[in-house]
Design a protein around this ligand. Structure first.
Ligand code: MG
Ligand code: MG
Length: 258
């Protein structure tokens, strides 16, 4: 069942989504070689609680942390821990918060120090693909239009789209209907209508689209161990143009100063 949101509810999702963007910006300030991923998690949790919200992932299906931190060949759901970031890594950080009963959910892939040109392009194009998808997040389009826009864009560079994990509706639950695959066919799937809020989140691999789960029960990585990038925005379906509720502005302000 798809839960349609009122304007008041969309405003609350936006508040939560903005807090996620601000949290990721706090994390961005300390991303550098030598930093433990558990330290990033601690910064995020403190920042979220200081702003009157709670981490959205902590306790979700038994996940014990605030952030999912996935490096290089890890796609999503990486567990913060004692691993230290290394120059040349990329690190995908996914963050959720819950505030006033509504979730925000957004993700960004960061470069640690100097990253190879090939991997930098993967990151840039994965982010660009997210906006291609968002262009289709309009009343009257279909879920398949979003997936097609993302897939056709990234495959033109020889990248592949992860199929085992998908975007989703967002609201009082972290994962609501409909599923929003990052691949698909134009004109196919559930019709998008005003009142829907979607988390669109392409996970794009340099090599094979096949992924496997690590023995920790959470971390998803590419089968060929080539890198993967992940960007996520929360979007309210509108007539004419979707409204992006989350933001990368705070993050990119920090990155551009570094
Ligand atoms: Mg997320
Ligand atoms: Mg999500």
């Amino acid at each position: 069942m798809i839960v349609y949101k009122s304007e008041e509810e969309i405003a609350l999702i936006k508040e939560s989504s903005l807090l996620v963007g601000k949290t990721l910006a706090e994390v961005a300030k300390v991303i550098k070689p030598g930093v433990k991923t558990s330290a990033l998690d601690q910064i995020a949790e403190t920042f979220i609680r200081d702003h009157g919200a709670a981490p959205g992932f902590k306790g979700y299906n038994g996940f014990q942390h605030t952030l999912c931190i996935s490096t290089n060949e890890e796609v999503v759901h990486g567990i913060p821990g004692s691993r230290e970031l290394v120059d040349g890594d990329i690190v995908s950080i996914d963050c959720g918060v819950i505030m006033h009963d509504f979730y925000g959910d957004s993700a960004y892939t960061f470069a640690v120090g100097e990253v190879s040109e090939e991997v930098k392009l993967l990151m840039e194009r994965t982010k660009a693909s997210l906006y291609k998808g968002i262009e289709m997040a309009v009343d009257g389009k279909r879920v398949g239009d979003i997936g097609y826009a993302i897939q056709s864009y990234v495959e033109s560079f020889g990248y592949s789209v992860v199929r085992d994990l998908v975007g989703h509706g967002l609201g009082r639950d972290l994962h609501e209907k409909p599923e929003v695959p990052n691949y698909g066919r134009r004109g196919i799937g559930i019709k998008l209508k005003e009142g829907m809020v979607l988390a669109i989140e392409p996970m794009i691999n340099l090599g094979t689209r096949t992924v496997v789960q690590e023995k920790d029960g959470w971390t998803i990585r590419t089968a060929d161990k080539l890198p993967s990038a992940h960007f996520e925005h929360d979007v309210a379906i509108r007539k004419g143009k979707g409204e992006i509720l989350s933001t990368f502005d705070f993050i990119e302000e920090v990155i551009n100063k570094q």
